[in-house]
Write a protein that binds this ligand. Structure first.
Ligand code: ZN
Length: 285
């Protein structure tokens, strides 16, 4: 454990202000899809075959009004205008990759997250998973439907638990081999079939760092589009302090004081919010 950079206090403060002040002034995606099957022209978000998004003329990624193609996915209304998603079946290297768009203002997050997830879903469901025939967008449901057996595939959402494990005022943070050097984060893992979120949390923490968990409480959720994770964020109180890393998903883990945090994930992530919220709560005690 060598990297213990000081927390970026300025950045920690600005996220909260940006997220919660004046949010009502910003447009939201109205997910009202009725009537979209008759659209001839609409504004659109264009995504290529590998998840690059085209720059737009409105709110960074929205195009001017264009003719709507047969396979366009209706998204709803944005600023009172119908909006669709066009997914290209080839690559546009000059467009910007999805992760880079996460740096946009917070109010665009749901729109970008929705578009990226639906693009992935349409790309991955061009053929029926049951009989192998072609599938096309359903006329009035958010579904890809098989032309032969009529099986419908709905957008895939994969629930995950993400948890900040605490012991008193200390935070358990860990790093995956996939992280940038020096960066630590909270623990996370997919919920398995048949599991509750709380059961998944206790299992993941035990598997990844060998710590037993006592009380847990829910914080908030976030739809994270790489590729379709639905993050359920929790705080978890550790009953034990000894850390035994699994060495596969986690290559290092340690307890940190709020005053000496390592490099953290970006403020667009729910991991950052879990940490920021906890640090604020212990700072005022
Ligand atoms: Zn089929």
């Amino acid at each position: 454990m060598s990297t213990r950079e000081p927390p970026d206090a300025g950045r920690l403060a600005s996220k909260k202000d940006g997220l919660y002040s004046g949010l009502a002034e910003w447009p939201i995606l109205e997910r009202d899809l009725m009537g979209h099957q008759h659209l001839r022209k609409a504004r659109c978000i264009r995504i290529d075959s590998v998840g690059h998004i085209a720059p737009g003329v409105l709110d960074a990624i929205i195009s001017e009004v264009l003719p709507v193609s047969e396979n366009a996915i209706p998204l709803g209304h944005w600023r009172g205008e119908p909006l669709v998603l066009e997914v290209l079946n080839h690559e546009q290297p000059e467009w910007t990759e999805g992760r880079a768009w996460m740096q946009q203002p917070d109010y665009l997050f749901p729109l970008i997250s929705t578009a990226l997830q639906l693009a992935t879903w349409q790309r991955d469901h061009r053929f029926c998973g049951r009989c192998g025939s072609e599938a096309h967008p359903h006329s009035h449901e958010m579904a890809m439907q098989c032309v032969k057996c009529k099986f419908r595939a709905y957008p895939r959402i994969s629930p995950c638990v993400i948890t900040l494990v605490t012991y008193g005022r200390e935070l358990l943070l860990a790093r995956s081999p996939r992280f940038k050097p020096g960066r630590f984060s909270t623990l996370a893992g997919f919920i398995e079939a048949g599991e509750s979120a709380e059961e998944a949390l206790r299992r993941e923490v035990k598997e990844e760092v060998g710590v037993e968990i006592g009380r847990v409480h829910y914080f908030k959720s976030q739809s994270w589009p790489f590729p379709h994770s639905f993050m359920l964020a929790f705080y978890a109180e550790a009953l034990t302090r000894d850390i035994t890393i699994d060495g596969i998903e986690i290559e290092a883990a340690d307890w940190f004081q709020p005053e000496s945090l390592p490099a953290l994930p970006g403020p667009e992530s729910i991991a950052w919010e879990l940490i920021d919220n906890f640090v604020r709560s212990v700072a005022v005690k």
